[in-house]
Design a protein around this ligand. Structure first.
Ligand SMILES: Nc1ncnc2c1ncn2[C@@H]1O[C@H](COP(=O)(O)OP(=O)(O)OP(=O)(O)O)[C@@H](O)[C@H]1O
Length: 219
């Protein structure tokens, strides 16, 4: 069976510096992977490369065994959700945000589905009418996850989802992220906080000097 997503020998070189030096990662369906590493080690660059958001200087990203380069970008973006640190909210209500992905494709997200998605991220339906710009950091992170889930992605790529959160909220968001890995959905999370990587309870990697190393060893 092919993997859900695979990074094969990825290289990223910028301004003569090798930021990602032949990094490979195979993620199975339903698997959780946490990548830690020191600031500036290249983990965000690697995650963005996996999301096909930046040009790469070598290697391949495979989705379900198929080279991403051969897939229509819109298909890849629907299957693979990438969330940056502190994802920005779109103007309007929480409902507008949750329904944004389908709306881009000219589809309407049924109100029942919006409620279901909010519940999946631990928010009740009263949030739908709230202005997205009034939310706390933790609520924004949850709404961003619900917005991503509306596309029914197979893979979630999360860059420091707890970066802007207080310690208690951060652990709640990690619990939530852990629960989002299901039989058909994989999660790859970058975090510089070892305890959060551990709390994800999946496979562990460390990014060091552009290399992705298996294991939980600290930076
Ligand atoms: N487009 C670019 N051009 C030049 N240098 C870059 C570019 N993007 C990233 N870098 C550099 O590459 C290195 C790795 O950055 P990256 O954001 O991947 O690190 P990180 O491990 O995620 O760090 P942090 O935990 O601080 O976010 C840094 O030194 C950064 O300044």
């Amino acid at each position: 069976m092919p993997s859900a997503i695979e990074a094969r020998d990825i290289r990223v070189i910028r301004e003569g510096r090798t930021l990602v030096d032949g990094a490979s990662l195979v993620v199975s369906f339903g698997e959780k992977v946490a990548i830690t590493g020191a600031s500036g080690s290249g983990k965000s660059t690697f995650l963005r490369a996996m999301a096909t958001l930046i040009p790469i200087d070598g290697g391949h990203v495979l989705l379900d065994g198929v080279d991403a380069i051969t897939l229509p970008p819109t298909l890849f973006r629907t299957r693979v959700a990438y969330l940056p640190q502190a994802p920005p909210m779109l103007p309007g209500s929480v409902a507008d945000n949750v329904a944004a992905g389908p709306a881009l494709r000219g589809e309407t997200l049924a109100p029942e589905r919006q409620i279901e998605l909010l519940r999946a991220v631990g928010l009740d339906e009263a949030f739908l009418a709230r202005g997205a710009d009034e939310l706390s950091g933790g609520e924004r992170q949850r709404v961003a996850l619900a917005r991503a889930l509306a596309n029914e992605p197979k893979v979630l790529l999360l860059d420091e989802p707890t970066a802007a959160l207080d310690p208690e909220t951060a652990l709640q968001v990690i619990d939530l992220v852990r629960s989002l890995a299901t039989a058909g959905r994989s999660v790859v999370m970058v975090t510089h906080i070892a305890a959060h990587a551990e709390a994800l309870a999946g496979r562990r990697y460390v990014f060091r000097a552009g290399k992705l190393l298996a294991g939980a060893e600290g930076p």
